[in-house]
Ligand binder design. Structure first.
Ligand SMILES: [Zn+2]
Length: 72
């Protein structure tokens, strides 16, 4: 009798974390607007993977903004 170890399937249904835009940055703000659109479950644009990428993009852009304007 063979023993089959079934690996539980990984499920990624967690809510995407919110982006953390740099205050006053238009690029960050535009990314956040897109994030809001695509994290609305009723929206035809709903896309969790894209939402995660946007959070990463905002994080990257924010770090550039902080280098450019460290005093803010
Ligand atoms: Zn920015």
């Amino acid at each position: 009798m063979a023993t089959i170890m079934k690996q539980p399937r990984e499920v990624h249904l967690t809510e995407p974390i919110s982006p953390n835009p740099y205050p006053g940055c238009d690029v960050c703000a535009a990314l956040v607007r897109e994030w809001i659109d695509i994290t609305e479950p009723a929206s035809p644009l709903f896309d969790v993977e894209r939402a995660h990428r946007i959070v990463d993009e905002v994080r990257d852009h924010r770090s550039q903004d902080e280098v450019a304007a460290p005093a803010l």
